[in-house]
Design a protein around this ligand. Structure first.
Ligand code: MN
Length: 719
């Protein structure tokens, strides 16, 4: 349905003085005259599009120049209006905004021409990287260009159905990978969530439908529960003499999806009633926030590890709130966010708050912090010419959740969640990273691969002699480095190291791998298998971190013997042969009441604590189930091929050794079918483990991880 410009002008009137509204109206008239007669693919008059884009920005209460720029954002490309005319009638500010958006659109066109044939998951990272790069540059010049671009994308996503399916996929993929994270990063959460849900619906139609169905079926019970919790808390808050707005709200579909995925990996049960919504409390001031937090924890039992204080430690996008999760009535867990009105504003408007007409000069320190972040990315970007590496660093270093750690001097540093002391060292200074031999976290020595927590104080111990990084740091399986930026620095150190040294280091690595994997292949043959000209070339690549032993391993064992049907191997309790529709990682088990066999018609039943149990459709025990909402479609997947392998570990004997080793093996999802320990002279022990691995790459990974276990002398595959 076409929208009238009056809606926009009315909204602008609410917060802009009339001379500014007049400018917006003039922008509309120029855009309308220019686009007259043009139609969108959806069949509506073209002018409808810029008006809606401007309306999104008026919701954020942005200034008149941004609104005018939004109305005019397509005129340079699609109409006879010229840059000179824009400058003359609207001034250089508006002209620059329109110009900026037009330049970004040109990159998008290139992307679409080159990326027309890609699949749902096969993103064109090179082209995405290019468009993101250009966006960041445009953003450094004027963030409002990106705000217009995000609003433009939001409307395009809302009307995406009019486009061809492959175009829909491309645009949705790019939106999910680039635009939505960018919106979140800028703190404009409303744009971010909408962009996520719209692209998720387009890319994963089935799953989207399932989750919306889930939301619909449990609505009634959920609303009762929300009522109950809200009124209990409201009463408590009033009795304490405090004021606050308290709401329960359903989560966004994409965030539910992410949560389900996370739960499936952790083997936790997703609760269809309580995991679908959260509570929000907006309080008068910071003191009330903490007071209300206390009330929440008094009423209901807090869940350990679920409390985050983003008030004391704001996120990098300036987001502040207290987050907690508690066990409430009927032992159900739910989340509560507590914030002030001002924090709520930042959470809703993010960087846009800086340009809000009413805000005037407020919030400048927030804006400066955002700009520091941006300048940092642009600096990194210059060091990273390869599109793929740039994209990788954007994904790992810029968009994810952050932890906040302190230098010994008390300066705060932000790092992505999971970052290690080594990442921290590289973040402080490249040389400090290269020389790093240890780290004291909160005064205690901590392994270089441990994950830092918010609030940690980290002191790096540097080698006195020139040392340089270790190749292990590039091995992702060992988990020394989380940030792509630090990995980059290590890679370039090795690239610059003399070829002769790399060859020597590579030779040692390959020898070790051949020995470990128990294969007798000549080095030249390995080089040929890996398509290198000579053994030295392979060594140099290995020694500089260009290729890893994990990549070589599968070529060393091309022919593997499949796991024989072995009656001594107990039937696994869980089943990897059944997949829940749309949830490939969901834990499933075959029901013991009807013993379904591959090929049977089956259906899944969502249990409270043990994933999904799989029954035959005809199973009687299902007939008595009245909670049909807990039945989910499932299908027989392809059973993974498993290979029997024996490995031998020699180590200094100590308490907990075996459990450390088996812990590593099972963290890979590998079954251990037998363990045999034999003690030897001088305090060493030999453990013989029989494993069912998915192949050589996994085996090689287990071998190198096991080698890192304290006390381990050697790990080898046996013949
Ligand atoms: Mn547009």
């Amino acid at each position: 349905m076409a929208i009238s410009v009056t809606t926009l002008l009315d909204k602008a009137q609410e917060y802009l003085p009339s001379d500014k509204v007049a400018l917006v109206q003039e922008a509309y008239e120029v855009a309308e005259a220019g686009h007259r007669g043009q139609m969108r693919k959806s069949g509506t008059p073209y002018i409808d599009h810029p008006v809606r884009v401007a309306l999104f920005l008026a919701d954020l209460q942005l200034d008149s120049h941004t609104l005018s720029g939004a109305l005019l954002h397509d005129v340079l490309e699609d109409t006879k209006v010229t840059e000179d005319e824009l400058e003359r009638r609207f001034g250089s500010d508006v002209r620059k905004l329109v110009d900026g958006v037009t330049k970004l659109n040109k990159i998008e066109d290139q992307t679409s021409r080159a990326g027309g044939s890609q699949s749902v998951d096969g993103a064109h990272s090179g082209l995405q990287a290019e468009s993101l790069r250009k966006m960041l540059v445009a953003m450094a010049e004027d963030v409002r260009v990106i705000l217009i671009k995000l609003a433009d994308r939001l409307h395009n996503m809302q009307t995406i159905k009019a486009l061809r399916p492959e175009t829909q996929f491309r645009i949705a993929r790019e939106t999910l990978d680039v635009y939505a994270p960018l919106a979140h990063r800028l703190g404009i959460s409303n744009f971010g969530w909408q962009l996520e849900d719209l692209s998720f619906r387009c890319l994963y139609r089935e799953r989207y439908r399932e989750i919306s169905k889930l939301l619909a079926t449990s609505r009634q019970r959920r609303e009762q529960f929300i009522q109950e919790v809200c009124s209990t808390l409201r009463k408590e808050v009033a009795e304490a003499g405090l004021k606050a707005e308290i709401h329960g709200r359903p989560k966004h579909i994409y965030s539910i999806h992410k949560k389900m995925e996370r739960y499936a990996v952790q083997g936790r049960d997703f609760d269809q009633i309580y995991d679908l919504f959260g509570f929000r409390v907006v309080a008068e001031d910071i003191a009330s926030c903490y007071a209300i937090l206390g009330l929440v924890h008094k009423l209901w039992r807090p869940i350990r590890g679920e409390f985050d204080d983003y008030v004391a430690n704001p996120r990098e996008n300036m987001y502040q709130s207290l987050h907690t999760a508690v066990r409430g009535p009927s032992n159900a867990s739910f989340e509560v966010q507590i914030r002030t009105h001002r924090m709520h504003d930042v959470a809703e408007y993010g960087i846009a708050a800086h340009f809000r007409y009413k805000e005037g000069g407020h919030g400048d320190h927030r804006f400066d912090a955002q700009m520091t972040w941006l300048r940092q990315i642009l600096e990194w970007q210059q060091e990273q010419p390869a599109a793929e590496e740039f994209m990788e660093s954007v994904k790992t270093d810029i968009f994810p959740d952050q932890v906040f750690v302190y230098t010994p001097k008390g300066e705060v540093r932000e790092l992505p969640t999971g970052a290690t002391p080594l990442d921290f060292a590289y973040r402080i200074h490249t040389e400090l990273g290269h020389q790093c031999v240890g780290a004291k976290v909160n005064g205690k020595l901590l392994a270089l691969d441990s994950a830092l927590q918010s609030g940690d104080t980290v002191e790096i111990v540097a080698s006195k002699v020139r040392k340089g990084p270790s190749l292990d740091w590039l091995n992702r399986d060992l988990g020394f480095l989380k940030t792509a930026n630090a990995r980059d620095k290590v890679r370039s150190w090795f690239r610059r190291r003399a070829r002769t040294e790399n060859i020597e280091a590579g030779r040692i690595l390959l020898d070790k791998e051949l020995r470990r994997m128990h294969v007798g292949i000549a080095e030249e043959d390995v080089a040929a298998l890996m398509s290198y000209q000579s053994a030295d070339d392979l060594f140099a690549a290995l020694g500089s971190g260009g290729v890893s032993t994990q990549q070589i391993a599968p070529k060393l064992l091309p022919v593997e013997s499949p796991l024989p049907p072995d009656s001594t191997v107990a039937e696994p309790d869980t089943s990897d042969s059944v997949m829940v529709a749309g949830l490939p990682n969901m834990l499933t088990r075959l029901a013991h009441c009807c013993h379904p066999l591959a090929g049977d018609n089956i259906v899944g039943f969502v249990t409270r604590s043990r994933g999904v149990s799989v029954h035959r459709e005809s199973c009687r025990s299902l007939k008595s189930v009245d909670e049909s909402g807990r039945l989910v479609p499932v299908s027989w997947g392809v059973r993974d091929r498993r290979y029997m392998t024996k490995i031998v570990v020699v180590a200094w004997d100590r308490v907990g050794l075996l459990s450390d080793i088996t812990g590593i093996v099972s963290s890979e999802g590998v079954n251990i079918s037998a363990v045999r320990s034999s003690h030897r002279k001088q305090g060493t022990v030999t453990e013989l483990l029989t494993l069912q691995t998915s192949g050589a790459a996994q085996l090689s990974r287990i071998l190198s991880k096991a080698e890192e276990v304290k006390g381990v002398i050697s790990v080898n595959r046996t013949g």
